[in-house]
Design a protein around this ligand. Structure first.
Ligand SMILES: O=C(O)C(=O)C[C@]1(C(=O)O)C=C[C@@H](O)C=C1
Length: 284
């Protein structure tokens, strides 16, 4: 089995792969769409991509690419704690407070907003395709007076010096990753903890009908189907047109979820099942 992830080596996504698929061949890609395309083109069997962070919310590119560009079922989910550190080229170790550019993935920079606001107010932030791409850039450009934000493995991989640990805004910082594949996924003995099942649905409401969302929610409510997430994303067909992405805290069954889907279809909604899958937690 080959697993594709958002690279280069030592991103948070790479760490999640190492823990969820220990010993399995993993291949880095430059962007999240590239990871998903790689599964579609059979270059890899599985893609593991970020979908939501505690502090920054959804990773829209993942949701939108799954909705609009590729049709890949979700076969699993893993949640990982995220700890961000500030790192510089070793020769800047003593003068790190004088840096004038901060490089990282947009989510990582947003997760460190308070630190940047209070310690480096007004500094230029440059977004990179991932945290590890920022570290690689700092390593390859020692003349640039900048720092990267990323994880411990990244600092080690690219030979950078961590000058400030734990710069994320809240200790409760986690990112959820989706595991996508054309075929069922076999999970090797992992270091993560199996934590239950989810079912993800995409619901398109009938256009402009009063109470439609209320009817959707009640189809789940009276069946006591617990929603763990609901979020809307643009259909991209016109202003105000949205899909609802709904996660339920249980596995697809023969009665309750199919019953709710049939009820939604009867009131004119379109419903697509995005996956019914186990979810795992990584403690550290
Ligand atoms: O840049 C990385 O290291 C990633 O794996 C991407 C990513 C993200 O897209 O949110 C993953 C986890 C963290 O929230 C920060 C960045």
């Amino acid at each position: 089995m080959k697993v594709g992830y958002l690279g280069p080596k030592a991103t948070f996504t790479n760490m999640a792969v190492n823990q969820q698929f220990p010993g399995v061949e993993s291949i880095p890609f430059l962007t999240i769409p590239n990871c998903l395309d790689a599964v579609m083109e059979d270059k890899v069997d599985v893609a593991l991509v970020p979908v939501e962070n505690t502090l920054e919310g959804s990773v829209n590119i993942t949701l939108d690419y799954l909705i609009h560009e590729v049709s890949l079922p979700i076969h699993g989910e893993v949640t990982v704690p995220i700890k961000q550190h500030l790192m510089v080229h070793p020769h800047r170790k003593e003068k790190w407070r004088d840096i004038d550019v901060m490089y990282s993935h947009s989510h990582a920079i947003a997760q460190c907003h308070k630190f940047i606001h209070t310690q480096f107010n007004g500094i230029t932030c440059e977004y990179t395709t991932s945290t590890a791409a920022a570290a690689q850039f700092i390593k390859e450009n020692p003349n640039i007076n900048g720092a990267a934000i990323g994880n411990l493995l990244t600092a080690e991989e690219y030979g950078l010096e961590i000058v400030k640990h734990h710069i994320h805004d809240s200790n409760n910082n986690h990112t959820r990753f989706l595991i996508l594949s054309k075929n069922p996924v076999h999970y090797p003995e992992t270091t993560s903890t199996f934590s239950g099942y989810k079912t993800s649905l995409m619901v398109t409401l009938p256009s402009d009908r009063s109470g439609a969302l209320h009817q959707v929610l009640s189809a789940f409510a009276w069946r006591k189907l617990n929603l763990v997430k609901i979020e809307s994303r643009p259909t991209k067909t016109g202003l105000g047109n949205y899909f609802f992405l709904i996660d339920l805290d249980r596995k697809m069954d023969d009665v309750l979820i199919p019953g709710a889907i049939a009820e939604l279809e009867a009131i004119g909604c379109e419903v697509k099942t995005l996956g019914s899958y186990p979810f795992y937690m990584i403690e550290k």
